[in-house]
Design a protein around this ligand. Sequence first.
Ligand SMILES: [Zn+2]
Length: 501
Amino acid sequence: MTFRMRRRFWSTIAIIVVAANAPAQTVTAKTAAAVQQRAVVVPSNDDLVARMIQEGTQRSHVDADLQYLLDVIGPRLTGSPEVRRANEWTRQKFLEYGADRADLEPWSFGIGWTRGPMTLRMLAPQHREMLGVSWAWSPGTKGPVAGDVVFMDARTQADFDRRFAGKLRGAWVMLGPAYPVVNAAAPPLTHADSAHNDSLARALGPHTNQEIEFYNSRIPLLAHEGAAGAIHDGAKQFGLFTMSGSPAYISPIPQIVIGNDNYAQLERLARRGERARIEVDVTNTFSRDTLEQWNTVAEIRGSEKPDEVVLLGAHLDSWDLATGGTDNGAGAIAVLEAARILKAAGVHPKRTIRFALFTGEEEGLFGSQEYAMRHEKELDKHQAVLVLDNGTGRITAMALQGREELRDMWKAMLQPVASLGPLMVRSGIKTGTDHLAFTPYGVPAFNYDQLTRGYDHTHHSQVDDYNHTVPSDIAQAATIMAVNAWQFADLSELLPRGPKH
Ligand SMILES: [Zn+2]
């Protein structure tokens, strides 16, 4: 079926909800007019849903499991002993909760990286100790390295060549203007404020192809210029850091992150022509060889169509500045809890419900892409992939990821859990997490919207820990994921595939 034919086929689906004992009802009359009709029946079983809601909200294991994952196992940087321990622990928990199988699926990750100690001090125009951390997959400094701070705000190669080339040897180079956090002493920014600041930041970011090309080549350029290292802005309030880095791009020079307050001070000093000088001493280590990593994969086998799969997913790995609470201990524990709820409520799904806790997400969606490659032959029979990775907040909506023809189906699916809402269905393409590993294969893959709960502040920062999680919200999310997984598992049809690319 060509793409064009495939598109026409999607838009003619009518959604019908059939309660176990009620006559068939047509949900959206308008689709009935479509030429080729194929009814997709969303199962409805009020008793079963009530049991799942009861289990998920009254007998939740979220808080206990979350505390163990965060407070006992801790930060789960891909490649670290801690993430391996988390793989093993979650595998055991899935079995304990009644999964038919639970395994660790290996994949080849790349060079591992371990954070070491770091000191940072300002030497001019004032003497003071400062706080900063190393960017991930960056080398250390081999002892204390002092250098002038250069505010490098070039946006193109030509601009760089004109103003900075040949002037950066031994310098600590700031990567562009500070993120516009307005008046850090004011009350915490609301999500709207963050969105406003994001728009200001986007205005600062690269736009033209020339600018994007230069933006992506800054680090090798600084290495070529003999810079001591690069300085990133934490871009958050209250001196919070952010974090990134990947073995897909091992940095040739040290890179550090400092809080937005300090970064903005250095920018102001530069703009007034005041010489600033810092000293950095950081030790990091790389593994000698490529490391193997694992996804934890468990399942409840389907009774009628065991080779058709509904996949609930979340990443188990986290950054290592704290214990990975809102990113993404919350999602990982929600998926584990969804499995427990399904078993405890006595669900016997027609299709297999599979649970995947991916690793390598923070470094580039590695684990989920590896899952997709390893299971490629099965993907045409993956009914749907549901991912949770927007923090600790309760689920608020489902974005249709371009599958507008599934709007009524999603409305019908969220209706039985409306008591846990409010819940919406909206248009919108979500990015930035593991569902994206499945869309190229045409698998219907979705990522829930969640209440922000300060996620802008916490994710990737040094306060992403248990204290900033909301276990009752995660329990709500786990319950909704369990109900949705059952609905997809017992849906009358295998959903049409999306476009493959
Ligand atoms: Zn995440």
